[in-house]
Design a protein around this ligand. Structure first.
Ligand code: SF4
Length: 502
């Protein structure tokens, strides 16, 4: 008897058929989907900044303009899904339920999306402030305590595009020559479509303007270096001249922008964002306070920032603005066994006993260093300089141990002591208290969470746009998306709590 099992009967796949599907667009996504929340919220915002730039009006000929509410909602939803490419958003509008629901399954051009994102700086800033106002009205932003922190985000330019001045000048000459040639090539132009020829001429002109901007930037950098006595050669990117080489979190040095975020500590929501070209955070506190005042019309009661921001200038700026500043002071002086000149033991400046009553220092040979002068820098830091007598040091047997290795004939030992301005002295006393330390300890978690979100969830590891203004706009879109998603999450938690209590 044949006991072999018959071959399984399988459903066939017919790929040669044409199907018509009916799609219920409204039910593509569930009622509490974040795309609906974004659409509804954007609908409550005042979009008059965008409307004022639309020339297609009722009763006149021309194509309808894509609704700003749709484009704003698409970008906010895209960043919340980690999508920052305009082409990818346009693709997803055809098949991904959230995008498809937003655009009603109508195709959207990636050029429309890209142009809308990077233009309208004022309108995007206005949207951001409106959302901050809404969050504030709901009590989620208290304006009591802000944190300030920066994160480096790669520019849309590779390290290979960095050029020295001579190279940029050579490339610029070539680019200008090419523009001239293209303007003369009318015969060849006839063979190309008018649109293609115009695009080629535009690309050539853009290349010239990028080279000119790179040349200006490299000259500006060199001018800055001349003032500081730095003899190193400056380079600028020919793709994004405003991007500067910065060390990023992964340890690499690539053209980047330093994005400064101001976060309200009540619920970790971002209240201000700006892309800067400064590789260091040293001078950012004053600029951040000005942005708060200009855009929000208010200054926080307290500001918390890390050691990169903590210096005399920042402390003075916050004191002048009436903001209570919390930071981590990094003293440049550290006790060590040897100083920069190789001196050790009793010959290190810090080992010289100071007599406050007579305002003098005593040296290891028992001689006195008396006050020579008092200097004051632009931050109000006073430096008191004490010096021993030249004649005494010349005759001293300890001169080799006390002086630098290379001594000039008229050398005499001197000691400098910095005196903090009153604001810095008060700041240091405050930061020794337990209450201040506790406030500072909360900083890293609150300030760095939005950075991680922007990079991991919004996909903002590298900018798509170029130039400081456009990258600022892109960072603002990502922060808007972050604030909205965080708002929805807080609201969901609150509703779950209410349901649990009921
Ligand atoms: S070199 Fe001058 S300062 Fe130094 S130990 Fe001698 S006398 Fe004192």
């Amino acid at each position: 008897m044949n006991t072999a099992r018959p071959f399984p009967r399988l459903a066939s796949i017919n790929r040669s058929q044409l199907l018509l599907h009916s799609v219920d667009v409204e039910n593509l996504i569930e009622p509490d989907h974040s795309a609906r929340g974004i659409w509804e919220l954007v609908g409550r915002l005042d979009l008059s900044h965008y409307y004022s730039e639309i020339f297609a009006v009722e009763g006149h000929a021309g194509r309808d303009h894509t609704a700003p509410q749709l484009l704003i909602s698409l970008w906010l939803y895209a960043y919340s899904r980690g999508v920052s490419s305009a082409r990818e958003v346009a693709r997803r509008c055809a098949y991904e339920p959230g995008f498809a629901w937003l655009c009603g399954l109508q195709p959207i051009s990636h050029r429309t999306l890209a142009g809308f994102r990077s233009d309208h700086k004022e309108a995007v800033d206005d949207l951001f402030v409106q959302v901050v106002g809404m969050l504030s009205a709901e009590g989620l932003i208290t304006m009591e305590r802000f944190t300030l922190d920066g994160t480096k985000i790669k520019a849309n330019a590779s390290g290979n595009t960095l050029r020295r001045k001579e190279k940029i000048e050579a490339h610029l000459a070539l680019a200008r020559e090419q523009v001239l040639k293209m303007n003369e090539q009318t015969a060849q132009e006839e063979k190309l479509s008018a649109r293609r020829a115009a695009a080629q001429r535009r690309a050539a002109r853009q290349r010239v303007s990028r080279m000119e901007a790179a040349l200006r930037e490299v000259e500006r950098l060199q001018e800055g270096k001349r003032h500081t006595g730095d003899r190193s050669t400056s380079r600028a990117s020919t793709t994004d001249p405003e991007a500067h080489v910065m060390r990023n979190g992964e340890g690499g040095t690539v053209p980047s922008f330093n994005v400064q975020l101001i976060t309200d500590t009540a619920h970790g929501l971002v209240v201000n964002v700006e892309a800067t070209t400064d590789a260091i955070d040293y001078r950012q506190v004053d600029a951040a306070l000005k942005r708060c005042e200009e855009q929000l019309g208010i200054l926080p009661a307290e500001l918390v920032a890390d050691g990169d921001y903590t210096n005399h200038a920042s402390v003075q700026a916050t004191a002048d603005a009436g903001v209570d500043f919390y930071g981590s002071w990094r003293d440049s002086w550290r006790p060590s066994e040897r100083d920069a000149h190789g001196r050790c033991g009793n010959f290190i400046s810090s080992a010289f006993p100071y007599d406050a009553a007579r305002d003098v220092y005593s040296c290891p040979a028992g001689n006195l260093l008396t006050l020579l002068k008092i200097k004051e820098d632009e931050n109000g830091v006073r430096t008191r300089v004490y010096r021993a007598s030249k004649a005494t040091c010349r005759r001293c047997s300890l001169r080799d141990q006390c002086g630098p290795k290379k001594q000039k004939p008229g050398w005499a030992r001197s000691i400098s002591r910095n005196e903090d301005p009153p604001a810095s002295a008060a700041f240091k006393v405050k930061m020794e208290t337990e209450a201040a330390k506790q406030i500072y300890r909360q900083r890293s978690q609150l300030a760095e969470f939005p950075h991680a979100w922007l990079k991991e969830r919004c996909g903002l590891r590298q900018f798509r746009c170029r130039g400081r203004i456009k990258t600022s706009i892109e960072a603002t879109w990502a922060c808007l998306s972050y604030n909205l998603i965080r708002w929805f999450s807080i609201r969901r938690k609150f509703q779950a709590q209410v349901a649990a209590w009921a």
